[in-house]
Design a protein around this ligand. Sequence first.
Ligand SMILES: C[S@@+](CC[C@H](N)C(=O)[O-])C[C@H]1O[C@@H](n2cnc3c(N)ncnc32)[C@H](O)[C@@H]1O
Length: 427
Amino acid sequence: MSRYARRMPTESRRRVALALSGVFGRSYRVAETWDEGLSAEDAALAQALLGLCLRHWGRLHAWILPRLKNPQRGIPLGSHLALSMGLAQLAWMSGVSTHAAVHESVELAADPRLGFPPHKGLVNALLRQGAKDREALRRELEALPAALDRTPFAEEVLKAAVAAEHMEALWARLQRPPRPCFRALDDGPWPEGLVPEPALPGALRLEPGAAFPRPWLMAGQGMVQDLSSQALMSFAWNATPRRILDACAAPGGKTTALSRRWPQAELMALESDGKRAERLKQNLAVRRVKAHVEKAEAIAWLRETTSTFDLILLDAPCSGSGTLGKHPELTWLGDGLDLERLIRHQRAMIEAALPRLAPGGLLLYAVCSWLHAEGRHHWDDVRKSHPEFHSPALWPLLSDATFFRPDPLTWEGEGFQAFGLSRTEQP
Ligand SMILES: C[S@@+](CC[C@H](N)C(=O)[O-])C[C@H]1O[C@@H](n2cnc3c(N)ncnc32)[C@H](O)[C@@H]1O
């Protein structure tokens, strides 16, 4: 019998229901802190359940709909959440007892803050139907078309990432929750369970089943950082910058990488969101990173300042389409994104940053997105409108060393696009 065969604590399910109602009711991203305060075991269970609901929301919906008295009318979100969570546990979480999967979902439906109490009976009846043969329920759900779990946004992202014949393979990869990647920040021994990641020197992975190294992270001895961010930040550049600007800095992973690489440099970090700026300050303090943090909107700040920088990092706000594996809610939120506005904002940031480069300086633009409009198209446009800039070969191991875009099928990191810009010296 699995160690999860007990009743899953209600708090875990409540957090999952809250996160789902934020996504589907208010189009909110799942907050980074959504599972904070749960024990490690409860957080693991809650993460697994939330991931299953988000990754299979379309198929779960398709199972529920024809079983309703009036499928045209649908059901309120609260009933939908409770049912989907119950079904996901019955079908895919064999360690959760049938009793817990059904009863706690009924309890969620009965909670007026989360569910729709009049549907307690309906939730109970449908879950009991599914619970009669859990394996058959799993097969039935998996036999529904996988495309139900995709949206036009997800299709667009896959199309941008890979050729048509590889889209299914990439989608299948994105359905597996990614393994977290870490970076050590001091020379001390790593916590047990962390092993070097063969794909990139300096990157660490957690061995399956090992405890999440929370105390090590809290002590600022290491940080969670995706493999792509680590590869991006190991760009080949031999200069010794004196002044560095990280224009979109929270939560500070790349600020930390910059400071570790050039500890003598004067480092300035901007962040426009107040709460995120506070978090950035805390993260940098615990990691003993010396940086001047300012809560400021980067474009206005760059237009106003008279300072110049040897290195400017623009890790720009973007659709996040390269992180669909880690953030499956983006599949359902992507269609509501104002991409045009984002793209204009990214371009304006580049334009505001270029004049602030010191002679010999480098602007590094990056987005965690596969969409060409957020990366490659900016690269093409900027080089056309600014022929005085060129893109140095910063990632010699990639097929095109001037444009960072790891292969989505073979590289186990997030989808990224990045390029550098330096003013071409006159002979
Ligand atoms: C992609 S994240 C940066 C991640 C960060 N570089 C790291 O590696 O940890 C982009 C950040 O830029 C912030 N941001 C968005 N628009 C901004 C603006 N106009 N000026 C400054 N910061 C901005 C967002 O709040 C977000 O924290």
